[in-house]
Design a protein around this ligand. Structure first.
Ligand SMILES: [Zn+2]
Length: 200
């Protein structure tokens, strides 16, 4: 089954949502913590022709590998602009992006549009489970996903897991140290030689 989203709160606006769904075909669910690759489900459900599969998978993997704290590096974006043959045009007084008609080209135009609108930097990968979500918060400083209690009965949000991990670590540090008794050192008188010079 394709994991198309957990909550509407994390969905990306406009054309960026298919990109987010593609990125989330590679995931580590918090319930199992086992890597899953649902790329083939994506092709099937989106009715993408198999011939486009390899390029689309490469695009997904490159995007995933490049998504760091500072977003996708410019050079990677420029490489994909070239590979997709994207052209910039003006239509109806607005800048528009045209491509050669591949699914990757379609996604790249959505990425460029999102960069223009300032939406791109809000697409983030959770450091815990790598789930990609759109940060709708006012400050844009969200870090963790909200995959809470939806991924199996034991599923919990990664932020909550991290919080309890840090809490446990703090507790370990604050456990009172057992006082160490100084070693019971006594002089070993048996090692002393008898004073043979003492008058008898
Ligand atoms: Zn997560």
């Amino acid at each position: 089954m394709l994991n198309t989203g957990v909550s509407g709160q994390q969905m990306a606006p406009d054309g960026l949502e298919p990109v987010r769904i593609l990125l989330n075909t590679w995931l580590i669910p918090p319930g199992t913590r086992q890597l899953e690759d649902r790329f083939n489900d994506f092709l099937h459900l989106r009715e993408v022709s198999g011939e486009h599969g390899p390029l689309l998978r490469e695009f997904r993997d490159d995007l995933r590998a490049g998504m760091g704290a500072r977003g996708w590096p410019d050079e990677r974006i420029n490489t994909w602009i070239d590979r997709c043959g994207i052209r910039v045009t003006v239509e109806g007084g607005q800048v528009a992006f045209r491509h050669t008609g591949t699914p990757v080209g379609e996604m790249m135009t959505a990425v460029l549009h999102a960069i223009q609108l300032g939406h791109w930097r809000r697409l983030k990968a959770c450091p815990g489970c790598h789930w990609v979500f759109y940060d709708h918060s006012k400050s844009g400083s969200k870090r963790w996903c909200q995959v809470a209690k939806t991924d199996g009965p034991t599923g919990r949000a990664c932020g909550t897991l991290d919080k309890s991990r840090r809490h446990r670590a703090r507790q370990m540090l604050t456990v009172p140290a057992v006082p160490v008794r100084p070693p019971d050192v006594r002089p070993d008188f048996t090692a002393l030689e008898p004073d043979t010079t003492w008058p008898q």
